[in-house]
Ligand binder design. Structure first.
Ligand SMILES: Nc1nc2c(ncn2[C@@H]2O[C@H](COP(=O)(O)OP(=O)(O)OP(=O)(O)O)[C@@H](O)[C@H]2O)c(=O)[nH]1
Ligand SMILES: [Mg+2]
Length: 610
């Protein structure tokens, strides 16, 4: 690091706009969302100040105080106190405070000041504060705190000018460090009150529009109805908006495959390109639009400020099944992927609640399962309208997501019965202001998700698809063999071997085989089925599936994917976050038993009814 480079840490209460400020300064694309606990790791970026000086900027998880209790808050405390492994304390602390919520945020500013290090206070969200008629006497606040104070608007271009001017100049002198004892902590409240009285004019404690909306969204009956409608509409939209695009992409690859087949000489290369790449990979790529539609809704909800309300509304229910309202947001993130969901539990203070959330998070339907669901639903469930408006395929998709949630509640409830400590924790959660999502932020979020999907597709999924194709094509059948060539391949042997285990739940050998690569990446089940049937001489995948797989088996496979043990990366994250192989073993085995039992019941009942 050059002698000239200054290290600056952004700290503050959760949800005050630290990451928005970080992105504005460094051009970063870290996740910004309207709830507490979005940032859970230390992130670093570079900013070249107008003077040419290079500044290293650290974005840190939000903290309510230094009595750090949750794993993410501990990171912030360690970095500031210089206890973070391999890192000296920052040269300058930029303490960010939400100007619309100074009653809460100033307390943390005072705590930071007592560290005895150079501090600048950034009063962020000044746009929202002005809209609400809040005025702050900045020079007076600065004088009383003994710190430089600047106003910022982290979501507006140029909104950090004052801060940049401040950090590009001389580092302000540090205040004297002060001891942290109970008496001085009680004193903080009195100091905050005095500061507010002298420097802030707040016409009303809360926003009128927020209050009006909250009367509906937090209402015990209407609130739940609104939540149910919102969730339901999301899944209908995934189907009605995403499906036509998926079909178009699928058709495009089908066309491409047939043209390439005519071009390429017959042989292994032709097989790889048409069956493996166009058939397998193309089918998975087709599900990108559906995944993006799902994320469009999740990102919009995250920015709107609605999620903590939903958490609040569901707290009683979640406590009764052994979880907490705090589990809501990590569980919702698991609809994207269980990995960020499990990492998001770092903001849960109680270790027991955190572990319970980690163990059930993989039961939420991650977006990697969406292609599997969409493929099977498309092949087996007719596209009827129900009651004139709802799409039956969308309803089945919704039911599968609901089955995952119901499974999580059941598992949570059982875990609650099994543990000794039955105590419950009250939910203390901040309700942020409602906010209109910014198109740019949502677009960045969608782009990031799209790239993650494409990287998986061209990485692990591509590798597995080629492997599946090779296993299904080699060795070639002996001369004079009868029956499809694939029966003589390695895949054929493996699949038939595995099929014994899955016969009671109705899987044929192709389905059993597809489960193997799905353990590395769920979407590969689609590519594997596509490849295996294509190598086996079938045409389009949808009709091939519906002619070879009975409905009962298809339903059983859907249910299997709702509960089955997760991909390897999820298990690896459980190991990392809980530092225990025991937890990995528990989650793998309980999900295996749950999936097997649920698929068995589904298959037996559906076969009996058919
Ligand atoms: N109106 C307005 N909104 C802002 C401003 N700064 C941030 N926001 C919004 O405030 C919310 C929280 O922003 P983040 O940057 O994620 O907050 P954070 O402090 O990093 O939060 P944690 O990582 O959870 O501690 C998001 O919805 C932002 O769009 C601002 O200056 N004005
Ligand atoms: Mg953040």
């Amino acid at each position: 690091m050059s002698a000239d480079s200054l290290r600056i840490a952004l700290v503050g209460n959760p949800n005050c706009g630290k990451t928005a400020l970080f992105n504005l300064l460094t051009g970063g694309r870290q996740k910004v969302a309207n709830y507490a606990g979005v940032t859970i790791e230390r992130k670093e970026g570079r900013f070249v100040a107008p003077s040419g000086r290079v500044l290293q900027i650290l974005d840190l998880p939000g903290a309510y105080s230094f009595d750090a209790v949750s794993p993410d808050e501990r990171i912030t405390r360690d970095v500031l106190e210089g206890n973070y492994p391999g890192e000296a304390p920052p040269d300058l602390i930029v303490c960010v405070a939400d100007a619309t919520n100074l009653r809460l945020h100033l307390r943390f500013v005072l705590e930071v000041k007592r560290l005895g290090r150079p501090v600048v206070l950034a009063l962020n969200m000044m746009d929202a504060a002005r809209r609400r008629g809040i005025t702050v006497d900045v020079p007076e606040l600065s004088r009383r705190l003994g710190l430089p104070v600047v106003e910022t608007i982290a979501v507006r271009r140029g909104g950090a000018q004052a801060l940049i001017g401040q950090v590009d100049g001389d580092v302000p002198p540090a205040a004297a460090a002060q001891p942290d004892d109970p008496a001085s902590r009680a004193d903080l409240h009195a100091q905050v009150r005095a500061l507010l009285a002298a420097t802030v004019v707040m016409p009303r404690a809360t926003d009128r529009l927020d209050d009006a909306l909250d009367r509906w969204t937090l209402h015990p009956v209407f609130g739940l109805a609104i939540l149910a409608v919102v969730m339901f509409l999301v899944f209908q939209a995934v189907y009605s908006i995403g499906k036509p695009m998926t079909d178009a992409i699928g058709d495009g690859f089908g066309w491409l495959g047939s043209h390439l087949a005519a071009w390429l000489p017959a042989g292994p290369l032709q097989g790889l390109v048409t069956d493996g790449l166009c058939g397998g990979l193309g089918t998975v790529l087709g599900f990108l639009p559906e995944i993006l539609v799902l994320f469009l809704f999740i990102l919009t909800l995250e920015e709107s400020g609605y999620l903590p309300r939903a958490a609040f509304l569901l707290d009683r229910l979640m406590v009764s099944v052994g979880l907490t309202g705090r589990s809501f947001i990590p569980l919702l993130s698991s609809f994207a992927c269980a990995i960020p969901g499990i990492m998001g539990t770092r903001s849960i203070t109680d270790p027991r609640d955190r572990l319970a959330t980690i163990l059930v998070a993989p039961l939420m339907t991650c977006s990697a399962r969406l292609p599997v669901y969409a493929l099977l639903i498309g092949a087996f469930i007719p596209a009827h309208r129900v009651a004139g408006v709802f799409n039956l395929q969308g309803l089945v998709l919704f039911a599968l997501y609901a089955a995952g949630i119901a499974g999580a509640m059941l598992v949570g409830w059982v875990m609650k019965r099994l543990r000794r400590d039955q105590g419950e924790h009250a939910l203390l959660m901040e309700l942020p202001s409602y906010r209109l999502p910014k198109a740019r932020d949502v677009a960045i979020g969608l782009y990031e998700r799209g790239m993650i999907f494409l990287k998986r597709l061209t990485g692990v999924i591509l590798a597995l698809t080629v492997l599946m194709w090779a296993l299904s094509s080699f060795p070639a059948p002996p001369a004079g063999a009868s029956g499809p060539a694939i029966n003589y391949s390695i895949a054929g042997y493996l699949g038939h071997g595995f099929a014994h285990l899955f016969k009671p739940i109705g899987f044929n050998w192709q389905m059993s085989l597809a489960l193997i690569p799905a353990f590395a990446a769920r979407e590969t089940a689609v590519a594997a089925l596509a490849t295996v049937y294509a190598v086996g001489g079938e045409g389009a995948l949808g009709p091939a599936l519906s002619s070879h797989i009975p409905l009962a088996s298809a339903l059983s496979l859907l249910v299997w994917f709702a509960y089955a043990p997760q991909c390897m990366s999820t298990l690896a994250v459980i190991k990392r976050e809980t530092d225990s192989w025991r937890n990995v073993a528990i989650s793998f085995s309980y999900m295996f038993v749950l999936a097997y039992a649920a698929s068995f019941l589904t298959y037996q009942i559906a076969s009996a009814l058919a």
